[in-house]
Design a protein around this ligand. Structure first.
Ligand SMILES: [Zn+2]
Length: 251
């Protein structure tokens, strides 16, 4: 994320100061490994039957445009709305991974699933996009460590603990914003067990969407660095998913 953030700043500076801005971004993207840490295209396009192997007129991304933009590593978000998927969320996660795998199989000359960093370098060297999987919302493991392990085995490299609702074991930033006077439970003992397992598996703990209490509870437990895959500085944009200056300093 840091690398891609720095890249964004560089690109912005280039746009401001260089005359041939379009060529300049292409040059920068060619020289660096460009990582997009979170893309909702599985739910927004693939599950709707749109073929992202072709240039689409709807949505923001497809494989031709990712290649054209010089994106080297794309994290595909496997997402569920915690309220809609109160049951069968784990199946919903697996269905999304199945759908992504089919897209990758159909477009294997352009994209390949990476399960570790060596895969990323090998796939990029072959001129292809390295696809990674990120789980968006811990409700998809249905409180089961076994399900967490199974999703990791299928290639999930990170998991946001919540989406916009509280779980029994982790509380969400959106609810904290909505009900600021209510006590935030943060991370439960079950949640601590999940973090320890994620650390053991080498699965990144993604704190985008997590409440502040959750954020600090996780920092106490985790032995590995945390990730915020789609958050920014609240000082720039005050959104519930963004981090305040203290959080940025403390992490
Ligand atoms: Zn999100």
């Amino acid at each position: 994320m840091k690398r891609s953030f720095i890249l964004s700043v560089l690109s912005l500076c280039s746009f401001m100061h260089m005359t041939n801005a379009q060529e300049d971004y292409k040059k920068i993207h060619e020289e660096l490994i460009v990582v997009d840490g979170h893309n909702d295209v599985i739910v927004s396009s693939i599950l709707r039957g749109r073929d992202i192997g072709t240039r689409l007129t709807q949505g923001h991304t497809d494989i031709p445009r990712l290649k054209e933009g010089g994106v080297d590593v794309q994290v595909f978000a496997v997402w569920s709305d915690d309220t809609r998927w109160k049951t069968n969320a784990f199946k919903h996660a697996n269905d999304q991974i199945d759908a992504l795998e089919k897209v990758i199989e159909r477009n294997k000359e352009h994209i390949e699933l990476a399960k570790n960093v060596e895969d990323v370098y090998r796939i990029n060297k072959a001129g292809k996009i390295a696809a990674l999987i990120g789980i968006e919302s811990g409700n998809m493991i249905e409180e089961s460590i076994d399900n967490l392990v199974k999703l990791h085995e299928r290639g999930a490299k990170y998991m946001t603990l919540t989406w916009n609702y509280n779980l029994s074991w982790a509380t969400a930033a959106a609810i904290e914003d909505e009900k600021p006077d209510e006590e935030q439970k943060g991370l439960s003992e079950k949640g601590r067990e999940i973090i320890r397992k994620m650390n053991e598996l080498g699965m990144m703990v993604d704190l985008s969407h997590g409440s502040k209490k959750l954020f600090y509870d996780v920092l106490e437990v985790t032995t590995k660095p945390i990730l915020v895959s789609h958050s920014n500085a609240a000082a720039l944009t005050p959104h519930s998913r963004n981090l305040d200056d203290k959080q940025l300093e403390d992490s």
